[in-house]
Design a protein around this ligand. Sequence first.
Ligand SMILES: NC(=O)c1ccc[n+]([C@@H]2O[C@H](COP(=O)([O-])OP(=O)(O)OC[C@H]3O[C@@H](n4cnc5c(N)ncnc54)[C@H](O)[C@@H]3O)[C@@H](O)[C@H]2O)c1
Length: 254
Amino acid sequence: MRFDGRTAIVTGGNGSIGSAVARSLAAEGCAIGLIDLQPSSEVVADIERLGAQAVVFPADVANAKALSAAVRGAAQALGGLDIIVNAAGITSFGSAAALDETEWDRVLAINLKGVFLACQAAIAPLRARGGGRIVNIGSVLAKNGGNARPWIDPAEQNASANVAYGVSKAGVHALTSYLARELAPFGITVNCVSPGPIASPMTTAFPKSLASLIPLGRLGRPAEVAAAVKFLASDEAAFITGEVLDINGGSWSD
Ligand SMILES: NC(=O)c1ccc[n+]([C@@H]2O[C@H](COP(=O)([O-])OP(=O)(O)OC[C@H]3O[C@@H](n4cnc5c(N)ncnc54)[C@H](O)[C@@H]3O)[C@@H](O)[C@H]2O)c1
């Protein structure tokens, strides 16, 4: 199995994408440390059913002390760290005209600062292994200015505007390239997958017309994001770093 003897921390490991990543790595022999707000016995049971080890370290990714203790604790419990996947995140709605400061701060603290803090805490254990993989989850909303098309349907602006979310994810894309250069000398690759809308609780409130913006005609699946994460976490991706990989059914490319 490709990930036998390897270990991975997955933040947001209880969520749709995080749990798909955890299952997909565990299915190939990887031991998993789950970091999320609450422990999830269901994801743990799935990982163990796949024959892999699971450890759980609940933490709020916006809380620096709690998060670095959780990353350190998980790395130690797993006997070292090879991979960290940052999938914890929240969605948020609001146009630039209407968004209040508290919501801006909340979204940036979880979606951007949380990724920075998790990567920072992972550097020492990854270096101790002589190298490793960081894979962040960005978003097409970091690139496309949002899904809303208010010139076609003004009501869409209110339903789909998510300026804080898009900017937080743009920060994750930039952080990925910055860390890729800083950590290359240590054999740590840093990449990002940038999904379009994925069928999950995060997108149930999105306008039904969303699928019509996607050339492939449907929302993505958590397992499709997990497959890309697994590739970037694998030995085969050893010469890829600083990349932001679009997984969006053709709705945006650059
Ligand atoms: N679903 C989509 O369409 C989509 C598209 C692009 C990017 N993404 C990104 O993918 C990632 C996973 O999204 P998902 O669809 O699985 O969402 P999800 O809501 O199913 O999972 C998110 C997980 O993050 C956890 N989380 C939230 N705040 C946290 C905090 N402060 N500390 C620790 N954990 C926290 C939640 O408990 C949850 O388990 C997110 O970063 C999201 O922004 C999702």
